[in-house]
Design a protein around this ligand. Structure first.
Ligand code: SF4
Ligand code: SF4
Length: 79
């Protein structure tokens, strides 16, 4: 498996997409998620949220609302 695919798995679920370039590692989304989907990359200068359990995401979007930096986007189509 190529590294690119590994990264994709850890940056999105069926419902949300993380832009790690915008993430300031405040961990508010981690605290807000009711399903333990989100985890921390917290090593030296590498500090950003990541997806730990993509299959647990219910699409509640609490993480999207919690992020002060708009680093998490909804993948749901509004109609
Ligand atoms: S959409 Fe809800 S369940 Fe999915 S990662 Fe965000 S807070 Fe967790
Ligand atoms: S709330 Fe936003 S800035 Fe804070 S850790 Fe989550 S994605 Fe990163």
């Amino acid at each position: 498996m190529r590294h690119h695919h590994h990264l994709t798995k850890h940056s999105q679920t069926n419902y949300i997409l993380i832009n790690t370039r915008l993430c300031k590692a405040c961990w508010q989304c981690v605290a807000a998620c009711p399903s333990n989907v989100l985890g921390k990359v917290n090593v030296l200068i590498h500090k950003h949220v990541r997806i730990n359990n993509h299959q647990n995401c219910q699409g509640c979007l609490a993480c999207v609302k919690a992020c002060p930096y708009k680093a998490i986007s909804s993948l749901k189509i509004s109609r």
